[in-house]
Design a protein around this ligand. Structure first.
Ligand SMILES: NC(=O)c1ccc[n+]([C@@H]2O[C@H](COP(=O)([O-])OP(=O)(O)OC[C@H]3O[C@@H](n4cnc5c(N)ncnc54)[C@H](OP(=O)(O)O)[C@@H]3O)[C@@H](O)[C@H]2O)c1
Length: 260
């Protein structure tokens, strides 16, 4: 199934990723309207895809589309959204981080159908999991095309997964810290990278093979009793690694929930 048209207010990194995912063959959207900012990104997408139009401004995007994606930074969201006139019944998908649903509805000031979403950059390859709140069949179908959807039943669930998504850089951080350690101990950096990237890819694939295997079971499967993997996991758990990770998640959740 495809959608007729979809418009983006804010043409930055995540809009570009979504547009690339939606317009990959077979295309999910018949027409994509972009707001003119950022001009370089908008014109690059227009040059690449026949079904992209760059609108004259944000209001033109809202006027032309039944589904409008808000993809501007939180700092300017109030100013940008309050200036727009929405239609009752319009579908609005907000990607704006750390912004309360009620605040968005107040700024929109029309009886729209609002869903909040956190797509990840991998939507460009149709391999990005997206969290949405509240559950919505149509919006879930869109993000299923882009790699998958988790439909949150409550704001708490949505905030918790937003906190979990802040681990992306740390995933690479573990690889970088290990690479630096290998280098300090005499291994060429390029060999460390050539070893670690495929190792982590295989591990992630094992965890996501569709069988729903529990992570705790994988910990056991990859740790021989008394072996090296078990030793490192035990050190991580007992010498501060686990506490640091849990504290970091607590702190980021507090920030997402406006408590810090
Ligand atoms: N990147 C991600 O992986 C990701 C994932 C989920 C959610 N989000 C959320 O999605 C939103 C956008 O993120 P992003 O990473 O795409 O940010 P971004 O790359 O900075 O894109 C924001 C875009 O908004 C444009 N803009 C600035 N003022 C505008 C205005 N008055 N009207 C219309 N557009 C305007 C900017 O254009 P100029 O460059 O010309 O200023 C820029 O292209 C944020 O709220 C972010 O938290 C991002």
């Amino acid at each position: 199934m495809t959608i007729k048209d979809i418009g983006f207010v804010g043409t930055g990194a995540i809009s570009e990723a979504m547009v690339r995912g939606m317009l990959a063959e077979p295309a999910y959207a018949k027409k994509v309207y972009l707001s003119p900012r950022n001009a370089a990104t908008a014109s690059r997408l227009k040059a690449e895809f026949d079904d992209v139009e760059v609108a004259t401004g944000n209001q033109a995007v809202v006027d032309r589309c039944d589904i409008v994606v808000l993809a501007i930074r939180p700092q300017i969201a109030r100013e940008v959204v309050s200036a727009l006139v929405f239609r009752n019944g319009q579908s609005v998908i907000s990607l704006v981080a750390a912004t309360e649903r009620q605040a968005l509805l107040d700024w929109i000031d029309a009886d729209v159908h609002l869903v909040q979403a956190i797509p990840l950059p991998f939507v460009s390859e149709r391999r990005g999991i997206t969290t949405i709140y509240p559950p919505d069949r149509g919006v879930a179908a869109l993000f299923d095309t882009l790699g998958g959807t988790v439909q949150c039943a409550s704001k708490k669930e949505y905030d918790l997964l937003a906190a979990a998504s802040s681990l992306m850089s740390t995933y690479f951080g573990v690889m970088e810290i290990t690479t630096a350690w290998l280098e300090e101990n005499g291994l060429e950096r390029s060999k460390a990278q050539a070893f670690l990237a495929p190792l982590f890819e295989s591990l992630a694939r094992r965890a996501n093979n569709g069988l729903g295997i529990e992570f705790a079971d994988l910990c056991g499967e990859f740790a021989t009793k008394g072996g090296l993997n078990e030793q490192v996991l035990n050190d991580f758990r007992t010498k501060g690694g686990q506490t640091s990770l849990q504290d970091a998640l607590d702190r980021v959740l507090a920030r997402i929930e406006g408590r810090a």
